[in-house]
Design a protein around this ligand. Structure first.
Ligand SMILES: [Zn+2]
Length: 176
């Protein structure tokens, strides 16, 4: 009898929890397929404090369409525009990834007396291999690297333009 009872309880819990386990995506706050005016309404309610979602939760992330860390009336407005076809979610998804996933630039440092922007160790993720003697930078795998004196070698997580701004020039062989 106890077993049947606990089975029924778990069954009820499953059914009750089902609407909350739908996969949420950006702008799709209620977990139904697609972005609708209902999603905009939920975001508007959250933006004016009628509903609270925990920061960092899936539903909070789904509401925060501009990815600024708050649920605002602007988010509701954007979702409404998307729902009625005046805007498209693709305009926000890419921005979202850009602002949330991008790690902070590592600071630069000196290697063999030369300032290297985004200086990292070779076991960290890096973008370019820098020659502190010739001030050229290379992509990994460049054939010029085998001839490089290991004493001149440094690793940088900086971007191409950051390296150029600090006086480095792209290698003519691997053309980074
Ligand atoms: Zn190269």
């Amino acid at each position: 009898m106890k077993k049947i009872f606990s089975f029924i309880i778990s069954l009820i819990l499953t059914v009750v929890m089902l609407p909350f386990t739908n996969a949420l995506s950006l702008g799709d706050v209620d977990g139904t397929a697609g972005i609708t005016t209902a999603d905009a309404r939920l975001i508007l309610r959250a933006s004016i404090g009628l509903q609270r979602y925990a920061e960092g939760s899936d539903i909070f992330t789904a509401c925060d369409i501009d990815g600024d860390g708050t649920i605002s009336t602007g988010d509701a407005r954007t979702v409404l525009r998307i729902a009625i076809g005046l805007d498209h979610i693709d305009n926000y998804q890419s921005k979202d990834v850009g602002t949330k996933e991008q790690p902070a630039d590592p600071p630069g440092g000196y290697s063999h007396g030369v300032y290297v922007p985004g200086l990292v160790n070779d076991d960290a993720s890096y973008n370019y291999i820098v020659n502190t003697n010739t001030l050229k930078f290379h992509v990994r795998g460049c054939r010029a690297l085998s001839k490089m004196n290991s004493g001149n070698r440094a690793y940088s997580a900086a971007t191409r333009s950051e390296l150029v701004a600090d006086g480095f020039s792209p290698c003519g062989i691997c053309k980074p």
